[in-house]
Design a protein around this ligand. Structure first.
Ligand code: BAL
Ligand code: ZN
Length: 854
């Protein structure tokens, strides 16, 4: 199998300027006529090679002449046309079978509705094409389908005609005036409810907003519609960017590989990121909807108007758009909490990716299957890299760079270097060293030592950066690290922004007494920090630092120290007790919560398994599970009265998705979680489950019971299943809770879940709800000593590979990092991976499994 390399990039020899697609929809035999205006870049005739997969090609015509089958060549992945004139019209007739398409790439059916997914390389499953993002064409799309069954016939751009045909079918025509790459093409046909709204842009353009959802779900789309309006206004105010078509459509479908897709004018969304009301969705669901609606909308400029030259540049649009959606969420709610969430993602999933066999820079250099590179590195570390630019250039400088980027590149397909150049030129600042972030993979380690000279009143910080070799790249160089710093002294906080450019650097500060350094405030660079803090220093930072992220981080570091201490005690047979200072900190916080209740809730939460696991080269899974249970049990028992009082002080009000309400519920949920660990809380749990008016509070009860293995769990779960049996999106929460129950009974449960009438192997949401939750939220059983958890997941991965390779390749992730586990687990994991590799795997799965065994 042949991987593609960034260094092999060549501009296309031919381009396509105009595309006219005519679809006559039928579930098993959709007829497509595709007409392309093809132009040679050099002005010379040559061989045109189009990409195509699993297509039934019926005919090929050139400038109106039907070609003989021997004048072109069809392979499994290409249509090769020798002797292509410098300018010609090419017409292809193709037959498609959407019903048989379980990979959910190209044209497929979701609950009877037609929809498409073309990013990254799905268009080649619709037609033979120059399926690469640097070929930009104007698309006209005709859709012909039965008017009764498919009243909504949608594609990109603006609707220019709609005609009812004598046979009861309707013919609609859409024209997208903006040239675009094929990955942004979309078609949807179905019978939906449509929630309509409108938005007037700053310059007075009236935009129709349309949300297409399954029948009966219109009421659940209001929040998404309002989120879209907020996003449109925010992009105008923050970046001066307006929407550019007359209509913006969002379609919610149940069968979808990703979260959502930014097709020009016609976003297709996984229904879980559109549909929400208080009784069926949690505060987190509402948050995610606003953020993803924003993300896809922001792509209209960062992705669509300016797109990627090639797929290695994916972070050009994704890192930047994640950064933009993070800024949007921060402005809509709490900046600190949003930042904490982003930091958690980097410290858990992204650092783990760097440490595993799939390590890659935010701009990968080599790819076998592009779908494998929609990663937390490209997206979230990519966003951190953009954030560092923002930190280094400041808000105004960053905006100048963005303005120049759009001025230079609107309507083009460009590279990450073009983006950095715009930032550089707009600010008159050399960013050559900074660009290394695009080339280098791995997590930099930042070691810091401090020294205070009382005589000279000088405080020195000696900083060393080092990035260890990764699976993809042995040699590493120093990076430009922006290090935000606060020095706490004399009851004040002194802020600094240091720029580290060398492997080792010393920074000197004049201060009249020994300060406590708050290093890497706001997590100003995606690195692992090492500094020998004392417990009292961390508690002081948690109380006095200006930066909320640093305050939270201080508590995280305290817990990490406790993890080591508790495991040491366990190994020597000693009793482990939580330190008095930490208990006292919690006692005081509970007695007098901070004004920001959501932040208080974060501080009161023991770090999750993924967070503590990441500090170990070899992860002692069961020790960590034991330690985290122990911490929660001790906190619950020792502060039981405080949890009760705090819980009772937070009287629930009628549900609103509003910042203070969300914060109150978050703190109440934390209290409830601890209370589930102590006897005598049955009544309270039952009360909250039965009497709350919203899903957030109900799910908090189920989660608390699950985590504490509380006897009420089975009874309440049975009730929940019955209540929501007809609402599969909500039932996914039940699937996940069932699969994450940390007892050995879960293996029988997994079998029962896949036999559940609402479960479907064809639907990625269902498969992820069960097995994603199993490996992400049930480390105890996933890593059970007999290797059963690994075997179960490996079987599912293989089964899924023949249905939907993209989903299979996501699910395999936790099996790949076998080197991070203890000897017995290593053997078990290696064995299931070797068995897998011996099978006939998709490219998606092969790329990951083969790399893991290298
Ligand atoms: N472009 C794929 C989905 C997203 O990142 O918006
Ligand atoms: Zn995106």
């Amino acid at each position: 199998r042949q991987a593609k390399k960034l260094s092999d990039y060549k501009a296309p020899e031919f381009t396509i300027t105009d595309v006219e697609l005519s679809f006559e929809l039928s579930p098993e035999a959709t007829a497509l006529t595709a007409v392309y205006q093809v132009v040679s870049a050099s002005g010379k005739a040559g061989t045109l090679i189009l990409d195509g997969q699993e297509l039934k090609l019926l005919s090929v015509s050139l400038d109106g002449q039907l070609l003989n089958a021997d004048s072109y060549q069809v392979t499994a992945e290409q249509l090769i046309l020798p002797g292509m004139p410098a300018k010609a019209q090419l017409e292809l007739k193709i037959e498609l079978n959407p019903k048989a398409n379980t990979a959910l790439e190209g044209l497929y059916l979701s609950n009877g509705a037609y929809c498409t997914q073309c990013e990254a390389e799905g268009f080649r499953r619709i037609s033979y094409y120059l399926d690469r993002p640097d070929v930009l064409a104007r698309f006209t799309t005709h859709i012909i389908a039965d008017d009764n069954t498919y009243p909504a016939l949608l594609s990109n751009g603006n609707l220019v005609s709609s005609t009812l045909l004598p046979d009861g079918r309707r013919h609609v025509t859409w024209v997208d005036p903006f040239p675009k790459p094929s990955y942004l093409f979309a078609l949807v046909a179905g019978d939906f409810d449509c929630l309509k709204g409108s938005y007037t842009t700053g310059s007075g353009r009236e935009v129709a907003l349309e949300f297409y959802v399954d029948k009966g779900n219109k009421q659940r789309a209001h929040f998404a519609l309002e989120s879209l309006k907020r996003a449109m206004l925010w992009d105008e105010q923050s970046f001066g960017l307006e929407y550019d078509l007359d209509v913006y459509m969002v379609v919610a479908v149940d069968f979808f590989n990703m979260g959502a897709m930014e097709n020009k004018g016609l976003n297709v969304f996984n229904s879980k990121y559109v549909l929400a009301d208080q009784s069926s969705a949690t505060d987190t669901d509402f948050f995610n909807i606003e953020s993803i609606i924003g993300h896809e909308y922001f792509h209209n400029w960062t992705g669509n108007r300016v797109t990627c030259r090639d797929w290695f540049q994916l972070s050009l649009k994704e890192g930047l758009t994640v950064f933009r959606d993070q800024q949007f969420s921060a402005d809509m709610g709490s900046a600190t909490l949003n930042r904490i969430d982003a930091v958690k993602t980097i410290r858990t999933a992204q650092f783990a990716e760097d440490a595993g066999p799939m390590a890659h820079p935010i701009r990968p250099q080599q790819v076998l299957e592009m779908n494998n590179f929609y990663t937390v590195t490209v997206y979230d570390k990519g966003a951190e890299v953009i954030r560092m630019l923002h930190t280094l250039l400041g808000q105004a400088g960053f905006r100048k760079g963005m303005d120049l980027y759009f001025k230079r590149h609107d309507g083009q397909a460009v590279t990450c270097d073009d983006f950095v150049s715009a930032m550089q030129d707009a600010n008159g600042r050399d960013l050559t060293l900074f660009s290394r972030w695009y080339q280098q993979s791995g997590t930099p380690q930042l070691k810091v030592h401090s020294h205070y000279d009382a005589k000279k009143r000088e405080f020195k910080l000696l900083m060393q950066q080092h990035t260890a070799g990764t699976a993809d790249q042995a040699e590493k160089l120093p990076l430009l690290l922006p290090v935000r710093l606060e020095l706490l002294a004399e009851g004040k906080s002194y802020p600094y922004l240091l720029e580290m450019t060398e492997a080792e650097q010393e920074f000197t500060f004049a201060v009249s007494q020994k300060p406590i350094p708050v290093l890497l405030a706001d997590f100003s660079a995606p690195v692992k920090l090492h500094y020998q803090y004392q417990m009292d220093e961390l508690l002081l930072i948690a109380r006095d630092a200006k930066d909320g992220v640093a305050r939270w981080d201080a508590i995280q570091q305290l817990w990490q120290m406790q993890v080591i201490a508790a495991i040491d005690a366990k190994n020597t047979g000693a009793e482990y007790l939580l330190p008095g200072e930490l208990l006292e900190f919690y006692r005081q916080l509970l007695a007098k919560p901070l004004e920001d209740l959501a932040f208080t809730a974060e501080l009161l939460t023991v770090p999750g398994y993924d967070m503590v696991a990441e500090q170990f080269d070899e992860i002692p899974v069961q020790d960590l599970v034991w330690v985290l249970q122990n911490f929660q049990q001790q906190l619950a028992t020792k502060l039981v009265e405080q949890w009760r009082l705090c819980y009772k002080s937070l009287h629930p009000a009628a549900y609103q998705y509003q910042e203070q309400h969300v914060a109150k519920r978050a703190l109440r949920s934390v209290c409830l979680q601890y209370l589930a660990f102590v006897v005598g809380s049955d009544e309270l749990l039952r009360q909250q489950y039965q009497h709350s008016d919203n899903m957030t509070d109900q799910l908090a009860v189920l989660r608390s019971c699950r985590t504490a293995s509380h006897p009420l769990f089975a009874e309440l779960m049975a009730d929940f299943e019955q209540r929501w049996n007809n609402d599969v999106l909500v039932l996914d929460k039940w699937f996940s809770l069932s699969a994450s129950y940390p007892q050995s009974s879960v293996f029988d449960t997994l079998e029962q879940l896949t036999a559940h009438p609402q479960f479907s192997w064809q639907n990625p949401n269902r498969v992820r709800a069960v097995f994603g939750a199993f490996y992400q939220q049930n480390p105890q059983m996933f890593h059970s000593a007999d290797g059963k958890g690994y075997q179960v997941l490996a079987d599912v991965v293989l089964k899924m590979d023949s249905i939907n390779p993209q989903v299979a390749a996501r699910l395999v992730t936790p099996l790949l990092s076998w080197k991070r586990y203890q000897a017995q687990s290593q053997l078990q994991l290696k064995s299931v991976l070797q068995t897998m590799l011996a099978k006939d795997l998709s490219d998606d799965l092969y790329e990951k499994v083969s790399k893991s065994l290298n």
